[in-house]
Design a protein around this ligand. Structure first.
Ligand code: AQP
Length: 332
């Protein structure tokens, strides 16, 4: 039996964080043996915000190096830049014609951005979930590993696929969201009610994969906690401590009970230093390998060219089937 297929991606809108690693990449690594995986740098999604072109290019390459440094095998997985595979944009246009305004209006991420009153509320932000549906459906993906916040977009993708299939007959595989239990959402160190984000205005809230050990230690020492003075997992009453426990658990493999026992009566200061040290050791090899990979741009180019070629080959039969079904004249 052929392996089930997985598509996932991260947009290069900022430096990758510990949240990107624990919430996404770490899970991808666990999946790479069992599934056929496409791991994309979704640069087309990144341009819904304004970027300095040189910075976007640097971040995109850095993100590719980080995928590999984190342990993704470029032979086993298809790793590529979204903009190098034009079928993403082609299918996105078609699927846009099968997506209803009412559906897009209901997307929480879009509504949040409207509520925040961003100055750059462009059409790309609105149609972002359609492009995401195209990313997934283009490869007949079975599973989509995403964080809790992206679940609604995967549901929309399923609805679009079901609609298309019901009009034209079986065309798309209906994908399932795959949400990890631990680390589903890593919170900001300075604002533990909110997600740790690449583009957070407060860089003290996020630990970046390329942060120096010194900077990581400082960020954890300053992390917001509470007055309870006990290391217990209680996200309602103790969101900061619970977040630090999730991070520590992910870095060391220890359970929450083990962590509570280890720091019983020891105070938050000791706990914060232990979390920082575990993260420093977790990220050290990733940072060092990324730096090394970035020294050899031709190796990276070989990976992304090869990835784009393989992704494009895999996408072509689906796009051909879709265009036939909707009535475009075959290219011949
Ligand atoms: N803090 C997090 N905890 C758990 N998972 C996270 N992810 C990101 N941050 C965390 C997961 O990473 C995947 C890729 O996300 P993305 O970069 O494409 O979009 P995002 O979720 O919007 O990430 P950011 O860092 O918050 O980016 P910006 O600041 O640009 O909006 C997703 O599976 C996501 O859940």
């Amino acid at each position: 039996m052929s392996k089930k297929r997985i598509f996932s991606g991260i947009k290069p809108t900022g430096e990758l964080t510990l949240g990107s690693y624990i919430g996404a990449i770490k899970n991808w690594i666990d999946l790479q043996q069992e599934y056929q995986c496409l791991y994309c740098i979704v640069d087309m999604h990144a341009i819904t915000i304004r970027n300095d072109p040189a910075v976007l290019r640097r971040r995109s390459l850095e993100q590719l190096a980080q995928y590999i440094a984190c342990g993704l095998d470029p032979e086993q997985n298809i790793i590529y830049f979204q903009s190098h595979v034009p079928q993403h944009a082609e299918l996105s246009w078609i699927l846009g014609c099968y997506s209803m305004l009412g559906e897009l209006n209901r997307m929480t991420q879009f509504k949040d951005k409207v509520k925040k009153g961003s100055e750059n509320l462009n059409a790309g932000i609105y149609t972002y979930p359609v492009l995401m549906a195209a990313d997934i459906l283009l490869f007949q993906s079975d599973l989509v590993p995403v964080g809790e916040d992206q679940k609604q977009h995967v549901e929309l993708c399923r609805d679009i696929a079901i609609r298309f299939n019901s009009i034209y007959g079986e065309t798309f595989t209906i994908p399932e969201p795959f949400i990890p239990k631990v680390g589903a959402r890593i919170k900001s160190l300075t604002d533990p009610l909110n997600k740790m984000s690449k583009s957070d205005d407060d860089p003290q809230g996020s630990v970046f994969l390329m942060d120096s050990p010194d900077s990581i230690m400082k960020k954890f020492k300053r992390a917001v906690t509470d007055m309870e003075n006990r290391v217990a997992f209680d996200p309602e009453k103790q969101p900061g401590i619970s977040n630090l426990m999730t991070i520590y658990s992910s870095a060391t493999g220890k359970s929450f009970d083990e962590i509570s026992a280890e720091f019983d009566g020891k105070g938050y200061g000791t706990f914060k230093v232990a979390v920082a040290e575990s993260v420093i050791e977790l990220l050290r090899p990733i940072r060092e390998k990324t730096e090394k990979l970035l020294e050899d741009k031709s190796y990276l180019a070989e990976i992304y060219r090869n990835g784009a070629r393989r992704a494009s080959e895999l996408a072509e039969p689906t796009l051909k089937l879709v265009t036939e079904r909707i009535g475009f004249v075959p290219k011949g």
